[in-house]
Design a protein around this ligand. Structure first.
Ligand code: 13P
Ligand code: SF4
Length: 370
């Protein structure tokens, strides 16, 4: 797939922004934003740093930000403070004439990289040798994926999902065909199936590096939910021991985690859900309540500061920020905004038309069931 040129670490002129103090960067970014007025909207994913999120017009999870990108047609520029797949989604859902900007093109997602279109094509072909794949399998792709995978789903009767709507999407898919190929996150698929009470024997893990995903023809024919062997490098680091530690140390604590965590963690936790669910749940809780939160560190630290009447703990001593989300920082944002204010569109994310057409179909199916 064609992409805009990816300059790892950003162009050379970023260096001069890196030398500026945070206060000055904040003032200059705000000034550029004022100059642009309604021509720009800044979207910030919940994992972004404070120095970035302070400039966001809307903060949210993947679903909320996709919905905003689809609805707000009046802004010429959508500056997406998040990762590459999110900016691609915004480009797919936005209207002609709108430009989506990702302040640092190196902000990717390691999970999204775990499923490549060649591997998915191959899996589809292998499944096609075992069963009538187009009639029996619905491809479901987590939005944490490249645009060509979303296009694959659109073209093959499939759909996208986020951590907010995985259950509705899986139900939608099973109403149409008997099996689902769910990629790239094994854990979101498995945790959703667990919540739905799906028996373990209905699930199978598809290893893209093994012939037929590592399974016999009989096992594939029997399974109903084929889970791609992919994971989030941040969320896989939360361990059941972290949950047990906080439960012992703070009796009465409520543990809430993201469904990208391993099922052993999710099953021990009290609640699980998207980043927006986590924020809303803790924000709505009674003063004095105690929370252990298993998701990205920036989100948890902000929650802690914004909810001073509650006790909020980060669930793990070893998990760090999402290193790719972290690439969007005050210097990159200021650089992108000042260029826009000067009429230079930098770091534009532009999905090729062919992929866009089919990917939009898969995303629209999801928005319709959400
Ligand atoms: P949300 O859709 O829950 O915000 O999750 C996005 C993500 O990348 C989690 O790692
Ligand atoms: Fe990707 Fe994990 Fe980072 Fe989310 S937290 S953007 S899934 S690497």
């Amino acid at each position: 797939m064609e992409r805009t040129t990816c300059l790892i670490g950003g162009p050379a002129e970023i260096q001069s922004y890196r030398d500026l103090p945070l206060d000055e960067l904040a003032e200059r970014t705000a000034a550029a934003k004022r100059r642009l007025g309604d021509r720009v909207i800044v979207l910030g994913h919940n994992y972004q740093r404070d120095e970035v999120i302070r400039h966001a017009d809307v903060e949210g999870d993947s679903l909320k930000l996709s919905q905003i990108a689809a609805e707000r047609s009046s802004h010429e520029y959508i500056v997406f403070c998040g990762v590459h797949f999110m900016a691609e989604t915004a480009d797919i859902l936005s209207k002609t004439g709108q430009a989506v900007i990702l302040p640092d093109l190196a902000a990717g997602c390691s999970m999204a990289d775990m499923a490549q279109i060649e591997q998915v094509d191959q899996a589809w072909e292998q499944l096609g040798r075992i069963l009538p794949v187009e009639e029996t399998v619905t491809p479901v792709v987590y939005v944490n994926s490249a645009a060509d995978l979303k296009a694959f789903c659109g073209e093959h009767g499939g759909i996208t999902c986020t951590s907010s709507n995985a259950r509705q999407v899986i139900e939608w898919a099973w109403q149409r065909r008997e099996k689902i190929l769910f990629f790239p996150d094994e854990h979101l698929g498995r945790n959703t199936a667990n919540k739905m009470g799906i028996p373990r024997e209905d699930l199978l893990v598809w290893d893209p590096f093994q012939p037929n995903g590592g399974h016999s023809r009989e096992a594939i024919k029997k399974a109903r939910l084929l889970l791609w062997k992919g994971f989030c490098s941040v969320h896989q680091m939360f361990q059941p021991a972290h949950v047990r530690y906080f439960k012992e140390k703070h009796p009465g604590i409520t543990i809430v985690v993201h469904p990208e965590c391993h099922e052993d963690v999710v099953n021990l936790a009290d609640l699980s859900g998207s980043t927006e669910f986590i924020i809303k749940t803790v924000s709505a809780a009674a003063p004095g309540t105690v929370w252990g939160v298993g998701t990205e560190l920036n989100l948890v630290n902000r929650l802690k500061h914004r909810q001073p009447d509650k006790h909020v703990y980060f669930l793990s001593p070893t998990v760090c920020q999402c290193s790719t989300m972290f690439r969007i920082d005050a210097p990159h944002l200021c650089w992108a905004m000042e260029n826009l204010a000067e009429g230079h569109v930098v770091n534009r994310i532009s999905v090729p038309d062919d992929d866009k057409r089919w990917a939009r179909i898969a995303l629209q199916r999801m928005l319709d069931v959400s």
